[in-house]
Design a protein around this ligand. Structure first.
Ligand SMILES: Cc1ncc(C[n+]2csc(CCOP(=O)(O)OP(=O)(O)O)c2C)c(N)n1
Length: 618
């Protein structure tokens, strides 16, 4: 992900700290230097929960907030803080930062950090340790290598992970952590800082490194490989692009190329937010809860070239590693991440490099007048007209399961109808964050935001539809929506979640209340862990462990101080005052009593589980 980085203001700001501030620190501490680096990178918020050992960082953030620098946002649970940092990073293009105290604070962070690791989100994770001299002596919450060893615990979900044990290590390790977070493959870095070190006098007056310039994206690509790719396209009978999670930086140019050669577009669940569903070439989602139209586009006998861009080709992105659809010799796999390319040994061409540069250069070399020399199946008789919004379709060109449910007037409201009504009623710039659970299936399949972008340059953080697939932790969207609202002020943010997830992580709503954030929590209330219930039904397994009590979630939201509205029918949706909700300075919870018997489009997931099970038996 890219960044937007103003220059450091530490020197001037610390010098001008008002003398009237409470507990003014006479000299900058190590924690002030950490904050100065964050400020250098344009980071506005640090998400965390306080505690004794992390207090010096909170003190530094309080000083910083008073002069308009980075400030703390206190989550209710550390996992929520990591999810918030994740949502903030995805939607701002900046570093997400979360922090926790030693011991339980640090261990509570882990699920959120693991989720960001799987989704390649750049996070700086700061945890505290008890004072260095207490290591090995049984200090309260000690978690060094002689305690529960939190650095050890972060080992497998971080790109860089270290304990800072001397003040002189701080700058080298902090800058290494931040750089590692943005290096390909992007992901979380963890630094663990003892209490005494955090409050020790800073060894420098200001950051020694200008990380803003050191973090400039590496724009390397292989010009010869582009010549090969251009030739492949020229020889191709039919082309389908598969757009993945990493394609954001290049998507504008990819769409221009696709329009020029008439290639079809399918997206993975993570790529869904990069392509307008109303794009004339869009054929739907491939993989988890995807569309048969996407499968048909890939199985079309005229298609001899499938170009997968920026995708790890995971189980959920490939319909269970389906060899007929994607993983075969028609594949050209283009990625910035080496490890992604290791997932496609069957591809006939691999290309690694900076995606925006690769496709920018390809577009330059594919001059429009050359297109008339291309094979008839893909050439255009006339030079391609510039893309116009009028080319957008009224409805997406996808094949739905149970399409009739989209217009179903029944009460209780069908989840499919809810998905359609959300995009019909809420403004086109609404951002959607979709939680683990049935929301994923419903939204990937039926929710099509009114994105009016046909092509053109985009920022890497241009997606308006985000999911947590891969790690798929319940509750992710609740924290991530708070982080998104902070990254995108003035934009409506919809968090789609289930009653089980809300009961697991719903306390973060109170952060949105406190910060007056316009987040609309749409809770599919089915008195069940619905994905488990329907998964068991579809797989013919025991019906066990999915029941939840019927909870008044709108009442719960009101009790917390948010707006809470019960929705039972399509008429209730139509009666919503959407403008009031989208301008309300605070969250609204829609407690949607959905038809709990409606089966979500997750047959491919069941098939994947079944394949694995039968594979194990044989
Ligand atoms: C932290 C975590 N625990 C368990 C799971 C397994 N799981 C996936 S979906 C799901 C049920 C979610 O229920 P709910 O939030 O009510 O959403 P619904 O499926 O009913 O729409 C469970 C238990 C998970 N993904 N994450």
């Amino acid at each position: 992900m890219g960044q937007d980085i103003p220059v450091s203001r530490l020197k001037s700001t610390t010098e001008t700290r008002p003398s009237s501030s409470p507990n003014p620190s006479p000299k900058p501490e190590a924690a002030d230097i950490i904050v100065a680096y964050l400020e250098q990178l344009g980071v506005e918020y640090v998400f965390g929960v306080p505690g004794g050992a992390i207090e010096p960082l909170f003190n530094a953030l309080a000083r910083s907030a008073r002069r308009g620098g980075p400030r703390v946002v206190v989550a209710r649970h550390e996992t929520g803080a990591a999810f918030m940092a994740d949502g903030y990073a995805r939607n701002s293009g900046r570093l997400g930062v979360c922090c926790a105290t030693t011991g339980p604070g640090a261990t509570n962070l882990i699920t959120g950090v693991a989720s960001a690791y799987e989704n390649h989100i750049p996070l700086l994770v700061i945890t505290a340790q008890t004072a260095l001299a207490s290591f090995g002596r049984g200090a309260l919450q000690e978690s060094s290598c002689t305690g529960v060893n939190t650095v050890g615990m972060f080992e497998y979900c971080t790109r860089y992970n270290t304990l800072v044990s001397h003040p002189d290590q701080l700058e080298p390790k902090l800058s290494a952590a931040i750089m590692a977070a943005f290096q390909t493959p992007v992901g979380p870095s963890h630094i663990s800082l003892p209490l005494d070190l955090l409050r020790s006098p800073a060894t420098v007056a200001a950051p020694s490194y200008d990380l803003a310039s050191l973090l400039q994206a590496d724009k390397v690509y292989d010009p010869e490989a582009i010549a090969v790719l251009k030739e492949e396209l020229a020889q191709a009978r039919g082309v389908v692009f598969v757009i993945g999670e990493g394609a954001g930086e290049a998507i504008g140019t990819i769409l221009e190329i696709a329009l020029a050669i008439g290639a079809k577009l399918v997206v993975t669940p993570h790529g869904k937010g990069f392509v307008s569903p109303y794009h004339p070439l869009f054929r739907g989602v491939i993989g988890f809860a995807g569309h048969t139209s996407a499968i048909q586009a890939l199985l079309d006998p005229n298609v001899d070239t499938v170009i997968a861009v920026g995708t790890a080709l995971t189980e959920s992105a490939t319909d269970g590693w389906n060899a007929d659809l994607i993983l075969n010799r028609r594949l050209i796999h283009i990625d910035a991440i080496e490890s992604n390319l290791t997932k496609s040994p069957m591809a006939r061409l691999h290309m690694r490099g900076h995606l925006a540069s690769i496709f920018g250069e390809l577009a330059r070399r594919m001059k429009i007048d050359e297109i008339s020399k291309w094979p008839p199946s893909i050439k255009r008789s006339e030079p391609s007209p510039p893309p116009r919004v009028a080319q957008l379709r009224r409805t997406p060109n996808v094949t739905y399961e149970n399409a009739d449910r989209l217009d179903d007037d029944a009460t209780p409201i069908k989840p499919q109808r809810l998905m359609r009504d959300l995009t019909r009623l809420f403004p086109p710039n609404t951002h959607y964050l979709v939680d683990s659970g049935n929301s994923l299936s419903w939204a990937i399949h039926y929710l099509h935001p009114h994105d009016r972008r046909l092509a053109g340059r985009r920022a890497v953080n241009s997606s308006i539809f985000w999911t947590c697939l891969e790690y798929a932790s319940m509750g992710w969207s609740i924290g991530a929506a708070v982080g998104t609202a902070l990254a995108k002020p003035g934009v409506p943010v919809i968090c789609l979640t289930g009653d089980g997830s809300l009961l697991m992580s719903g306390q973060e709503i109170t952060v949105a209340i406190e910060l007056k954030l316009t987040v609309i929590f749409v809770v599919l209330n089915d008195s069940a862990l619905g994905m488990v219930k329907h998964g068991q039904r579809l797989a013919g397994a025991e019906a066990v462990g999915f029941e939840l009590p019927q909870a008044d979630l709108a009442g719960m939201a009101r009790a917390l101080g948010a707006e809470g509205i019960v929705i039972e029918s399509p008429q209730d949706m139509d009666a919503l005052d959407v403008e009031a909700i989208c301008t309300h300075p605070g969250p609204t919870l829609l407690d949607v009593r959905v038809d709990r018997e409606e089966s979500p489009p997750m047959a491919s997931r069941i098939r994947m589980l079944g394949t694995v099970q039968s594979g194990l038996k044989s």
